[in-house]
Design a binder for this molecule. Sequence first.
Ligand SMILES: Nc1ncnc2c1ncn2[C@@H]1O[C@H](COP(=O)(O)OP(=O)(O)OP(=O)(O)O)[C@@H](O)[C@H]1O
Length: 408
Amino acid sequence: MSHFAILLSNKVDKEELIHRLFSGKITGKLNVFNNVKGVLFSDLAIADFLEEEHKHHTIEITKAEKRQLNTFSSGERRKAYLEYCLAQNPDYIIFDNPLDHLDYQSRKDLLKRLTELSKTISIIELVNRKESFLPFIKNRWFIKDNNFKLTEVPKIIETSQKIFKADIPNSLLAFNNDYKSVVELNNVSVSYNDTVIVKDVNWSVSKGEFWQLIGPNGSGKSTILSLITGDNPKAYGQNIYIFGHKKGSGESIWDLKKRIGYFSTNLTELFKRNHTVEQMILSGFYDSIGLYQEASDLQKQKVNEWLRIIKMSEFKNFYFNRLNLGQQRLILIIRALVKQPPLLILDEPIEGLDQENSDLVIQLINTLINKTDITIIYVSHTIEKGLSPSNIYELIPTQNGSIGKLKS
Ligand SMILES: Nc1ncnc2c1ncn2[C@@H]1O[C@H](COP(=O)(O)OP(=O)(O)OP(=O)(O)O)[C@@H](O)[C@H]1O
């Protein structure tokens, strides 16, 4: 079996690389895959699959559960999608950052599974960070740009330490600051059908705090976030206070969304339309998926400032969906930030980013913490090097739903 693990810089057009592999026209060392059957295991492939299910109201992979794949947590989706890939009897599978979105135990399980699979199926692993290399693939390479040339993996990957010197641009909007507690969940429980997902969760987040929310796949992290952002009808009738206002006491969902900046890797799926990078960031002022109103000159100026900070000014007029996934994620993080909301929710912001861009995001978060009074909720399975959340809230699964606890 021939296996390849390939580190890609975020400058590489990953979709084009995959397209060349599948079209059987790849040159160089990868040409061993030219006349055999391959399938793709990636966030994008899963996103396309979700869209198809949504469009045709079908259930393909998860018939036994009688619900579409989009109702599964990101970790659960990946496990189900792997089975779907294998059922197609491929000669090789391209795994795009296969360990992303998985908790510690699921990573261990997947690693064991892939080690076993590698005896019968060839694997091409594409990663954006060196530490994501699958340990059993020793045939490791680096691709720097769209020449798609395999070169030796550099010992030191360039980081952004030298590029992030900028201050955060001034905020355009003035938000009402008259509250102490940003989020208060009192004995909150959520069930789907007869399954309890979270049980009696009590969590209080005060102004200016930096929280990390952790918990294994399916423990209810996204569910909790959706209660906070107003995207889950299960918030109805529960004892939830956001910015000091009791949920359901008159504030509209748009009033709430105005004050929350939200990034999730799942958002990338929603942005299929042809919008430019500038329009995409501007839409953060309106909390819309895409831009449907005329933005002001001041707002456009803010976008320029942010693009300068992340060194992406030259992409301003590019179509967003022509960017690679890493660049798209960075733009969506800036979209969440551009109005400088009092509450910023970042759901796995580092996934899919290369070393340079993940460093940039980490530095950005640290600058926000040090120089603004923004409250941040950060979701990730791992504690990122360079980030020091002031508090960690952990969801712990039990037979009767996840319970929440402050992690000491
Ligand atoms: N509409 C729904 N119907 C049934 N079950 C659901 C629905 N939405 C979510 N769930 C279930 O609720 C559980 C919690 O999902 P959630 O997405 O909140 O987990 P998570 O902690 O964010 O997981 P991950 O780390 O994998 O993203 C999962 O088991 C999921 O399948």
